[in-house]
Design a protein around this ligand. Structure first.
Ligand code: BO1
Ligand code: ZN
Length: 266
């Protein structure tokens, strides 16, 4: 698990040295990509069914700094289906990608614009007993991506996560989170508007097994909530000799090649 974002010996361009499938070959299906706002509309792409997202969940939720991101591991009560997804996928975790004090850090771009942050809700096809099996299925994972933009007002619901960041400042730290309805984090309207394409994990092992759904309408958080990610999270352990803030934890843009990127109708 030795990869990084900001040192030449382990940054995204070097991932392929350790993880062969992160070395992008011609015509391969890697992520992230630039999304062209003017893509083909596909009227058959209906809203996804987000089961359990508006229920108050029970079970054990944890927030963890894994040195590459902040990961919210959720209980087993949620799944996603519909919207052209080839099956039912149960929700495992969500995590974030961000930039630095003066740089945006979303992974996907829209018309070559990067947003300040991106949130990924990771779901695994329910027929698979474990992640290893899902990584052998070209559509084994479905990731829902949400762009995060910045405004002056705090996002009260996002506070469930941002208020806990100080407890997971260093790599390996983990804290309990009281379950809350995930829907409260998501945009309140236009959830029928999204982009769809087939790609990869954006971190090692970069497996090309992901059905990507990127929602058009962003989540809004405040400048100070964003700053908590860019300044309070470290990619190093608490007792490390040198502390390194975790910033710019996004992979570079990959070519679309002959892939079809579609969008639901507006
Ligand atoms: S992402 O959404 O493309 N950035 C992405 C990247 C890597 C993973 C998931 C999503 N990796 C895997 C881990 C597993 C873990 C699984 C589900 O996510 O390699 O260890 O079990 O949490
Ligand atoms: Zn991600």
């Amino acid at each position: 698990d030795d990869y990084c974002y900001n040192e030449p010996h382990c940054d995204p361009y070097a991932w392929g040295d350790t993880f062969p499938s992160c070395h992008p070959l011609l015509e391969e299906h890697h992520s992230p990509i630039n999304l062209d706002h003017q893509v083909i509309r596909n009227d058959s792409l209906e809203s996804l069914y987000l089961e359990g997202f508006d229920a108050i969940q029970t079970g054990h939720w944890t927030l963890k700094n894994d040195g590459h991101s902040v990961v919210l591991q959720v209980g087993s009560g949620m799944s996603v289906s519909g919207g052209g997804l080839p099956g039912v996928y149960h929700t495992i975790q969500l995590h974030f990608h961000w930039g630095g004090p003066a740089t945006n850090g979303s992974e996907h771009m829209v018309d070559r614009r990067r947003y300040p942050m991106e949130m990924h809700i990771v779901n695994m096809k329910s027929i698979h007993p474990n992640l290893t099996a899902a990584l052998d299925d070209p559509t084994g994972l479905a990731v829902l991506g949400f762009f995060i933009d910045v405004v002056y007002a705090d996002n009260m619901h996002f506070g469930h996560i941002s208020q806990k960041l100080s407890s997971v400042a260093y790599k390996g730290q983990i804290t309990k989170i009281k379950p809350f309805p995930l829907m409260s984090l998501l945009p309140k309207h236009s959830m029928s508007q999204y982009y769809r394409y087939y790609g990869s994990l954006t971190t090692p092992p970069c497996s090309q097994v992901v059905v990507w759904t990127l929602y058009e309408v962003p989540i809004y958080i405040s400048w100070s909530q964003l700053a908590q990610f860019t300044s309070q999270i470290f990619s190093t352990e608490e007792d490390a000799e040198q502390v390194t803030p975790l910033q710019n934890n996004f992979r570079h843009i990959h070519p679309t090649f002959s892939r079809i990127v579609s969008a639901s109708k507006d």
